[in-house]
Write a protein that binds this ligand. Structure first.
Ligand code: URA
Ligand code: SF4
Length: 197
């Protein structure tokens, strides 16, 4: 597992499969615990991430850490990644081409880690992974698709200038880890949307 994840990391670091490779400083591979029960998926690296090659280390990352602290979860226990691994110029939303070109890496991360649940952070991840939109209306919910569970919440960056939304993010993350405990205890959790035929 360790070797496979290292291989992906190195592939991402030298990847030139899409246009974003031309403007990035550093690619940003996923980071964290390969045995995590949950993978957090954001949108794309921002400025700090691009400079350092690590996901969620800027202001948005601080907000995510605040919510994790509230749930008493350490960043060392979880795995964090993004839909695209390189920063789009001026932090624009990654295009559908960029997302689909990069998706193989995320697929591999998921298939190696085999998380019990994937935590979708915001609209870009929601749209890319489940075809959804308006995450604010769907946040806090659990989705099952092709045997994989997903938990929906807002993007941590949305909480930066909005005190109400930090409360929302914190309560969602607490709910997420309650659900993970239930899954581990073999309790049947409530699935709000089931795409499974
Ligand atoms: N925003 C994201 O979506 N991902 C990061 O890694 C940082 C900010
Ligand atoms: Fe490669 Fe993804 Fe970076 Fe594009 S965004 S260059 S596909 S790692």
């Amino acid at each position: 597992m360790y070797n496979k994840m290292e291989a992906i990391r190195h592939e991402v670091m030298k990847c030139t499969k899409c246009e974003l490779s031309k403007t990035r400083i550093k690619s940003v591979p996923g980071k964290g615990n390969f045995k995590s029960d949950v993978i957090f998926v954001g949108e794309a690296p921002g400025k700090n991430e691009d400079l350092n090659g690590e996901p969620f280390i800027g202001i948005a990352g601080k907000r995510l850490s605040m919510a994790l602290d509230e749930a008493m979860v350490s960043r060392d226990d979880i795995y964090i990644t993004n839909i695209v691994k390189c920063r789009p110029p001026k932090n624009r939303v990654p295009t559908t081409t960029e997302r689909s070109t990069c998706q193989e890496y995320l697929k591999q991360e998921i298939s190696i880690i085999k998380p019990k649940i994937i935590c979708i952070l915001g609209n870009t991840a929601f749209n890319s992974l489940l075809g959804g939109s308006e995450i604010i209306k769907h946040r806090g919910r659990v989705v099952r698709k092709e045997e994989q569970l997903y938990f929906l919440t807002i993007h941590p960056a949305a909480t930066i200038y909005n005190q109400d939304l930090i409360k929302v993010l914190k309560s969602d993350i607490i709910k997420l880890f309650k659900i993970i405990t239930e899954i581990k205890d073999g309790i049947d959790i409530q699935v709000d949307f089931d795409y499974t035929p």
